[in-house]
Design a protein around this ligand. Structure first.
Ligand SMILES: [Zn+2]
Length: 212
């Protein structure tokens, strides 16, 4: 249902870039609408869609439509939109999720190009959580942070945890994992090693299978 031109169709860097950065994504239909003329085809399609959704939204609770619009805002990472009433929720959904406007864009994307990109800042949620834990503003599973949680895993522990994740979960040392990128990378390397070793073992065993 959600339509964000270009992003869903291209290999956009937004899918793979690390968190904590600013990206540029195409303008949303609601932003394009602010720029088009009163008699434009774009506006005619958009207003028609708003009317139609206003009619069909009648059979749904107002609150559900407002919640849906806010989900759409989050999905678009639209950091400017504020929606708290039914009419604005209907407008937002109708215009940004319009299949007819999507067809319009496929045929001629010049309006979107002219509207320019929008800039989206993606906070590094993991880093934010980490500093919140370190400053005692947040906790992991309601467990207070201890001095031991700040100590890196030993080589032995790293291997232990990579080979048997259940030991890691039972070890009471799992908070450090959320805090330490170094230990995360080392364990990830070992897990990859384990997976590769298993695959190698499997492919070497294959010839032993009974032949038909
Ligand atoms: Zn560490």
């Amino acid at each position: 249902m959600l339509f964000d031109p270009v992003m869903y169709m291209e290999d956009h860097s937004a899918w793979t870039d690390p968190p904590g950065l600013t990206i540029r994504v195409p303008a949303l239909n609601t932003q394009v609408l602010e720029r088009v003329g009163a008699n434009s085809v774009f506006r005619a399609i958009a207003e028609n869609k708003v009317l139609r959704l206003t009619v069909s939204a009648d059979s749904h609770p107002d609150k559900a439509i407002v919640v849906l619009a806010n989900i759409a805002i989050a999905a678009y990472v639209d950091q400017d939109a504020v929606i708290d009433d039914l009419p604005s929720a209907i407008r937002y959904l109708a215009i940004n999720a319009s299949a007819r406007l999507e067809d319009y864009w496929v045929a001629d994307d010049s309006l979107w190009s002219k509207a320019g990109n929008r800039t989206v800042s993606l906070p590094d949620v993991v880093a934010g959580q980490k500093s919140a834990i370190l400053q005692g503003r947040a906790s992991v599973f309601n467990t207070p942070l201890t001095q031991e949680d700040l100590v890196c895993y030993s080589d032995q522990e790293i291997k232990h945890f990579a080979f048997s994740p259940n030991r890691f979960l039972l070890s009471r040392k799992f908070i450090h994992m959320a805090l330490c990128g170094l230990c995360q990378r080392q364990i990830a390397r070992w897990i990859e090693y384990v997976i590769n070793a298993k695959e190698r073992l499997f492919s070497e065993r294959k010839p032993d299978l009974p032949q038909a």
